[in-house]
Design a protein around this ligand. Structure first.
Ligand SMILES: [Zn+2]
Length: 381
């Protein structure tokens, strides 16, 4: 398969201006002005007036369904492929959540592999909220070593549903992740669901002060509580990565406001990212603020808040776009992801001038064409 995408304005996420992009099979083979290509079977897509970005990366989706806090009937359904395509998300990291009883890690791995086969790129964190961790092999190090999809471990902290691990326990878990990942040739991260009980950030900073590399400590839901957000800013200023959740509640206005506040406070832009928390359960409220039921968290909120950032917040495209692409690829060491560059994976979004999606490619395969999803999940047809 060879496709020449002509004359799009490419944000790689750096602004490359109007250039051509050649895709051969699953990869970007060339990027340049007025490319002349002769190849058998070459197709051309005229993209004049369109904006090209790398496919988005979402590092927190409950791909097998989350929820369950209100009993078995509140277990949310699995993600289906077209939800990702609809919002230009071509890479996901699957997570487990509160329900560590009926949601197994093996099931999570199965779903991650299904998504890979259906066309997007997918990884996972092993374990769920609880400490000690629940793994596939009964060993964090072995999960990292033997399961290519495992990027790290998930845990909940500062939450009424967490196990409240001590600093020593967290540090011991972090060293298992670090050593397991070293041997496996990965980075290895502890992905931390934060609730609204303050304390974890003091612990993280203390651990970093003791000399443990801060890069392995990856908190998320950093803007759901004001005090927690203050801790996240300190953590970001100390060299940590700050992930702000676009789904569910936000204590600092919108998630886009959270990013703006973090930037204002001096957190480096390349240490900020957005994730959706998609397919968790989300309480629904009536106009009086009374809870009337549960809904399923969507995955399109990353795209919504990215648009907010470059729209009403006036954050430059080249600052905002990495927060849903390159920053995450670099932070999780996902090779060939998050960039439009020769040799990179052909994960490509094309937007019109109103930032509405027109075309989506994942691993070189067109998933959306002229704003219509053309590749759907196995059971969506
Ligand atoms: Zn979640």
């Amino acid at each position: 398969m060879a496709l020449l995408i002509k004359n799009a304005h490419v944000y790689a996420p750096d602004d490359l201006g109007v250039v051509d992009v050649l895709v051969v099979n699953k990869q970007i083979a060339a990027v340049g002005k007025d490319l002349t290509v002769t190849m058998p079977g070459l197709e051309t897509l005229e993209a004049k007036g369109l904006i090209m970005t790398p496919g988005f990366i979402d590092q927190h989706i409950h791909v097998t369904g989350g929820g369950g806090e209100g009993g078995p009937k509140t277990r949310t359904p699995e993600l289906v492929l077209s939800e990702l395509v609809a919002c230009g998300t071509t890479s996901v990291v699957g997570v487990s959540g509160t329900d560590g009883s009926s949601r197994s890690i093996a099931n999570l791995l199965g779903k991650v592999r299904a998504l890979q086969t259906e066309g997007v790129s997918a990884w996972m964190y092993t374990s769920n909220y609880a400490y000690p961790p629940t793994t596939l092999t009964n060993c964090v190090r072995d999960d990292l070593y033997f399961v290519p999809e495992v990027l790290g471990v998930k845990i909940a902290m500062g939450d009424h549903r967490s196990s409240f691990p001590t600093e020593e326990e967290v540090l011991r878990l972090l060293t298992q992740i670090r050593v397991g990942a070293m041997v496996a040739g990965k980075l290895g991260v502890l992905h931390i669901h934060l609730g609204n009980i303050v304390g974890p950030f003091d612990m993280f900073l203390d651990i970093a002060k003791k000399g443990f590399p801060i890069q392995h400590i990856r908190p998320t839901h950093c803007a759901r509580d004001l005090k927690v957000f203050e801790g996240a800013i300190k953590f970001g200023l100390a060299g940590g990565y700050v992930d702000i959740t676009t789904g569910g509640s936000c204590a600092v206005g919108t998630p886009a406001d959270g990013i703006v506040e973090a930037l204002k406070a001096g957190v480096p832009a390349d240490h900020l990212s957005l994730s959706s928390d998609g397919h968790g359960s989300v309480p629904r409220f009536n106009e009086k603020g009374e809870m009337v039921g549960l809904g399923v968290g969507g995955v399109a909120c990353n795209l919504r808040d990215f648009k907010r950032l470059i729209g009403e917040k006036g954050v430059p495209m080249t600052t905002a776009l990495p927060m849903v692409t390159r920053n995450i690829a670099q932070a999780l060491r996902l090779p060939g992801k998050g960039e439009i560059k020769e040799g990179c994976c052909a994960d490509i979004n094309l937007f019109d001038e109103n930032m509405e999606l027109v075309h989506v490619f994942a691993k070189g395969r067109q998933m959306m064409k002229d704003s219509e999803i053309i590749v759907k999940g196995t059971f969506e047809l």
